[in-house]
Design a protein around this ligand. Structure first.
Ligand SMILES: Cc1cc2nc3c(=O)[nH]c(=O)nc-3n(C[C@H](O)[C@H](O)[C@H](O)COP(=O)(O)OP(=O)(O)OC[C@H]3O[C@@H](n4cnc5c(N)ncnc54)[C@H](O)[C@@H]3O)c2cc1C
Length: 380
C-alpha cells in the first residue's frame, strides 16, 4: 500500500524488501525457528546496509528517520520473519529511542553508535512473576551502594536477554505511596555478575524467544541510571508507546505474508475439480482478511503521522495495538484453516505464523488492557 508514502519511502521499502528477499527467505526463517537459532545473518546484513541506524540522528551514525520510515522498515522485516522484526524493534525502542530521549550525553555516546552498527542489542525487563498487566506493581529493588546501586529481584519474559548486551530494567528505588512513584530505570550490562538467565520454553517465537532473569546483588554504576531517580515510570510509559508502534508494524508484515502464502495456496490447491479459492466461502475469508490488512496499514500510517506531529495520545496507541494484534491472530488462524491439514503440519510454514501470532494479543500489553485504556477515555 503506497497511500501516504513519499517516493523516497517507497524506494526505501523496496530496497529493504529486495535485501530481505535475499538474506531472509521463508526457508531461512523456518530453519531459525526449528533450530531455535537467532536470525543473525539477516540481522548482520541489515546492519551492514545501515538499516539499524534508521531513527538515530546523523551525529550518531544514523539516518534521522521518522516513525513512518520505521514502521515501513519493521513491516517489511516482519513480513520476512517476525522474530527478526522483534529483535530490531527492541534495539530501536530501548537502545535508540529511550536512550536518545532520556539519556545523558555520555549514555548516548556510549550506546547509540553501537546499536546503529548492530554491535549492541537490547532487552526490556519490565514484567515480573507477580506483576504482568499491573506492571507498576514491580518489586525488584535497587538500593544505593557506594557510588552506584545494588539490584535484587526476579523478572519473567525478558525477551532476547540471552542475546542482548544491555537490558532496560525498571526497578523500585523508593516507596512513595502510589506504585507508579519510586520506580527508576537502569541500563544494565547483561554480563554483570549476579545475573542468571533461564530460557522459557514457549508455544512460538522459537528463534529468540524469552527468558526468566534473576538478579542477585547485581552491582551497577551510577551511570547506569536512565533519567531521574524515582521517576522511571514515565519513561516506561513513553517507551511502551513507541514499542506498540514497532510491534504493530512488524505484525502487519507477518499477517500480510501469511495472507499472501494462503492466497497462492488457494489458487493452486484443487478439490472437487476446482481451486479451493473458487469457493465463495474461501473468497469471503480473503475479503475479510484484506479489509483487516488495509485497515491495519491505514491505522499505522495515521498513528505514525500523529507521532511525527506530537499528537499521539495513550489511547491512540492502545487502538492500534489492540486492532492489529487481534487482526494478526485472526488472519493467521484463517490462513491455517485455508491450508487444511497442511496448515497443521510442521513441514509447512503456516503453523509458525499461527504459533507466533498467538503472542500478539498478550505481549506488549494484553488486548483486555488495551480495551481498558481505550474505554477509560470515553467518559463512561
Ligand atoms: C513470549 C513473551 C514475550 C514477552 N516479552 C516481554 C519482554 O520482552 N519484556 C517484558 O517486560 N515483558 C514481556 N512479556 C510479558 C507480557 O507483556 C505479559 O505477559 C503481559 O503484559 C501480561 O501479563 P501476565 O502474563 O502476567 O498476565 P496477567 O497480567 O496475569 O493477566 C492474565 C489475564 O488477565 C487479564 N487481566 C489482567 N488484568 C486485567 C484487568 N484489569 N482487566 C481485564 N483483564 C485483565 C489479562 O488481559 C490476561 O488475559 C512477554 C510475554 C510473553 C508470553
Amino acid at each position: 500500500m503506497n497511500f501516504g508514502l513519499t517516493s523516497e519511502q517507497q524506494a526505501m521499502r523496496d530496497h529493504v524488501r529486495a535485501l530481505l528477499d535475499d538474506v531472509c527467505s521463508m526457508e531461512y526463517a523456518a530453519r531459525c525457528d526449528e533450530t531455535h537459532t537467532p536470525p543473525r545473518e539477516a540481522f548482520d546484513a541489515l546492519a551492514r546496509n545501515g538499516w539499524l541506524g534508521l531513527i538515530a540522528p546523523e551525529a550518531y551514525g544514523g539516518a534521522g528517520g521518522t516513525p513512518t520510515d520505521l514502521a515501513l522498515l519493521l513491516e517489511e522485516t516482519g513480513s520476512h520473519f517476525e522474530e527478526l522484526g522483534l529483535w530490531l524493534f527492541r534495539n530501536f525502542t530501548y537502545g535508540c529511542y529511550a536512550v536518545l530521549k532520556h539519556g545523558t550525553p555520555e549514555q548516548k555516546q556510549r550506546i547509540v553508535p553501537g546499536v546503529v552498527k548492530g554491535e549492541l542489542s537490547f532487552a526490556f525487563g519490565l514484567t515480573e512473576p507477580d506483576s504482568g498487566s499491573d506492571a507498576a506493581a514491580l518489586k525488584t529493588r535497587a538500593v544505593a551502594h557506594g557510588d552506584g546501586f545494588l539490584i535484587n529481584g526476579r523478572k519473567v519474559f525478558t525477551s532476547g536477554m540471552d542475546i542482548s548486551d544491555y537490558v532496560l530494567l525498571p526497578v523500585r528505588t523508593n516507596d512513595l505511596g502510589r506504585k507508579q512513584l519510586g520506580i527508576s530505570t537502569f541500563l544494565v550490562d547483561t554480563r554483570t555478575p549476579g545475573i542468571e538467565i533461564r530460557k522459557i520454553p514457549t508455544l512460538g517465537q522459537h528463534a529468540i524467544g524469552t527468558t526468566e532473569v534473576t538478579y542477585t546483588d547485581v552491582r551497577v554504576p551510577g551511570s547506569a541510571l536512565l533519567g531521574e531517580l524515582d521517576k522511571g515510570w514515565a519513561i516506561c510509559e513513553d517507551t511502551l508507546r513507541y514499542e506498540r508502534l514497532c510491534l504493530s508494524a512488524a505484525r502487519i508484515g507477518a499477517a500480510r505474508r501469511a495472507f499472501e502464502y494462503a492466497l497462492e495456496y488457494a489458487k493452486t490447491r484443487y478439490q472437487f475439480g476446482k481451486p479451493i479459492g473458487s469457493f465463495q466461502v474461501t473468497q469471503h475469508k480473503f475479503a475479510d482478511m484484506k479489509v483487516m490488512l488495509d485497515t491495519s496499514q491505514t491505522m499505522i500510517r495515521r498513528y505514525a503521522w500523529l507521532m511525527e506531529n506530537g499528537q499521539a495520545e495513550r489511547a491512540d496507541t492502545a487502538v492500534i495495538k489492540y486492532y492489529i494484534a487481534e487482526s494478526y491472530k485472526t488472519i493467521a488462524d484463517m490462513c491455517l484453516q485455508i491450508l487444511g491439514g497442511y496448515g497443521y503440519c510442521m513441514e509447512y510454514p503456516m503453523q509458525r505464523f499461527y504459533r507466533d501470532s498467538r503472542l500478539a494479543t498478550i505481549g506488549g500489553g494484553t488486548s483486555e488492557i488495551q480495551k481498558n485504556i481505550i474505554a477509560a477515555t470515553l467518559g463512561l
